[in-house]
Design a protein around this ligand. Structure first.
Ligand code: ADP
Ligand code: MG
Length: 414
């Protein structure tokens, strides 16, 4: 129940939050809380971090999401400061807003930041931590999360270092579903070598009803359109509402051995930015096959291109191949740093329409190796005004550059 002490909300863990705290204290190293909105996920994870920071003197912890400003407004204001007041009291800490840092009187630190822009990322990833909490991972690329992994390296006696995650569920093709629910390694899809290190728990708004407006579930969540209701009330992993590639079907995912051996033509698409991605396709008769993808985080264009070459990007079935790499035309000078780089056709709507038409004709296939493309394909969506939601779209852009530029240059095969 909510009780007010001064201006502070009093947090008493709900029953399901008690279970989540037990899970965190268990043996897993990676813990994901997923489920509907306002079910108490963020609150309990922040409470766990404050307790750990208070218990282990001079320890450092990180809370991050895509945008630093969202982390500061929603996580700090609504959850972290009240939790600090509850657990430590207002005299036991100092919040340095501009630095995105809370200093505790025992020498511990809690950092808050965003993985979505370079300056922020360099700042928060310049330290070592005992806990890294990825808030709303449905918005984060797997490359960004794994880049942060190396920073969980602080040694504090008695403290077991942990990765914490939360999200509203994404699509069942999302990397978090593969790892935490299907317990498959990413991207190999082999069973996890140590599944006991990965734990997850479903929390739904009904579990937190004592702390919500009485009408929140009945008036707001129950009234949502079906797919949104399934995600935000019931915590189910399903295709996004307004999914642009709704016509994509799981039987269009092919094992590498089921792909054609040779193709009429090849092409690739390249997107730039903090999340840098490349998607390679093959075309045979009227079919488009997404063959390989590669994405990295906070890497220079030059190093990324070297990595592509290292991975044998310009070969197929052991044979050398030659093709254009269609690059985001906004990439400027970076295009020259990409082998065979040339400007892509960036007609967004026409490109999407073309790909959707290919899916409808069942002339579109994706290799199961392409975990970046698959992680995004059912979450790539439009908002209520029909605008594309520009989150988690790095592989979608690269894929569209490859497919649409190639078909505009070559023979149109609809
Ligand atoms: N144990 C608790 N005691 C009091 N209020 C809580 C508690 N857990 C959650 N809340 C409140 O419930 C609301 C939703 O919680 P939040 O952790 O933000 O949910 P989620 O991250 O699942 O969307 C917030 O207003 C939060 O302050
Ligand atoms: Mg939350």
């Amino acid at each position: 129940m909510i009780q007010r002490i001064g201006t502070t909300v009093r947090f008493n863990p709900t029953r399901i939050q008690e279970n989540a705290l037990e899970l965190i204290k268990g043996g897993a190293k990676h813990i994901l809380l997923f489920g509907g909105s306002r079910s108490g996920k963020t609150t309990v994870l922040v409470m766990a971090i404050v307790c750990r920071a208070w218990k282990y003197r001079r320890s450092r912890h990180l809370i991050c999401r895509l945008r630093a400003k969202d982390a500061k407004s929603s996580v700090v204001g609504e959850t972290l400061l009240p939790a600090l007041n509850n657990i430590i009291g207002p005299d036991g800490y100092q919040y340095l807003r501009n630095d995105g840092l809370v200093r505790l009187s025992n020498g511990s630190e809690i950092w808050i930041g965003g993985l979505g822009d370079k300056e922020q990322a360099d700042k928060i990833l310049g330290h070592e931590y005992c806990t890294i909490y990825f808030n709303e991972i449905s918005q984060l690329s797997y490359a960004a999360v794994t880049t942060a992994y190396s920073r969980l390296a602080m040694k504090v006696p008695g403290c077991r270092n942990l990765f914490l995650y939360d999200c509203n569920p994404g699509s069942p093709l999302h990397w978090a579903y593969k790892i935490f629910i299907k317990k498959q390694a990413f991207p190999s899809e082999e069973p996890l070598a140590k599944p006991e290190l990965y734990a997850s728990m479903l929390l739904n708004p009904a579990d937190n009803k004592d702390n919500l407006d009485p009408d929140y579930i009945s008036d707001i969540l129950d009234a949502l359109p079906e797919k949104q209701r399934a995600r935000f009330r019931d915590g189910l992993w399903i295709k996004a509402d307004g999914a642009i590639y709704d016509r994509f079907d799981e039987d269009m995912v092919l094992a590498p051995a089921a792909l054609p051996h040779d193709f009429d033509r090849f092409a690739a698409g390249q997107d730039f930015g903090l999340n840098i991605t490349n998607v390679k396709i093959g075309i045979k008769n009227n079919g488009i096959y997404v063959l390989e993808d590669y994405g990295s985080y906070n890497m220079t264009t030059k190093s990324f291109n070297e990595e592509l070459l290292q991975r044998g990007w310009f070969s197929w079935n052991g044979e050398d191949i030659d093709f254009s790499v269609f690059c985001d035309p906004a990439g400027g000078e970076r295009i020259q740093e990409i082998t065979n780089g040339t400007k892509a056709n960036n007609s967004v709507d026409a490109g999407i329409d073309y790909i959707v038409a290919k899916m409808e004709r069942r002339q579109f296939f994706v290799s199961s190796k392409c975990t970046g493309v698959l992680s995004e394909i059912w979450d790539y969506s439009r908002d209520e005004d029909g605008e594309i939601i520009k989150v988690n779209d790095h592989f979608m852009d690269a894929m569209r550059y490859a497919i649409f530029s190639e078909t505009q240059q070559g023979v149109i095969v609809l």
